[in-house]
Design a protein around this ligand. Structure first.
Ligand code: HEM
Length: 105
């Protein structure tokens, strides 16, 4: 199901923005999410990934993000991303909708 962009924007601000931008190539605690859809995991140039994230070897798509964001530490054991996950599927769908639109700008 398609997520709701406006709801996703709020979730991004509340849960992700302290560590990630999506609208520029800036590095915060986490790598930029600009261009993340279709990108191989662990490949933002110059970002100091954990070995686990660097070697995961997935392509970030709507589907892989949906699974990752449910429980990042389960999807990438050893990740240094400190984030418990978003348990509600509708919230993940909303957030991914927002990221899809913004990351492609
Ligand atoms: C990594 C998304 C919340 C810090 C990542 C990656 C994604 C992502 C897709 C993998 C990037 C890649 O492979 O290039 C999100 C989303 C969030 C969120 C959508 C909100 C729902 C956070 C928060 C923090 C954080 C709150 C900081 C407390 C990091 C770090 C990494 C990372 C440090 C690199 C992990 C590693 O190298 O092991 N995030 N993140 N993220 N994120 Fe987040």
């Amino acid at each position: 199901p398609e997520g709701d962009y406006e709801k996703g924007k709020k979730i991004f601000k509340q849960r992700c923005l302290q560590c990630h931008v999506v609208d520029s190539n800036a590095t915060k605690t986490g790598p930029t999410l600009n261009g993340v859809i279709g990108r191989k995991s662990g490949t933002v140039p110059g970002f100091d990934y954990s070995p686990a994230n660097k070697s995961k070897g997935v392509v970030w798509t709507r589907e892989t993000l949906f699974e990752y964001l449910l429980n990042p530490k389960k999807y990438i054991p050893g990740t240094k991303m400190v984030f418990a996950g978003l348990k509600k599927a509708d919230e993940r769908a909303d957030l991914i909708k927002f990221i899809e639109v913004e990351a492609a700008k």
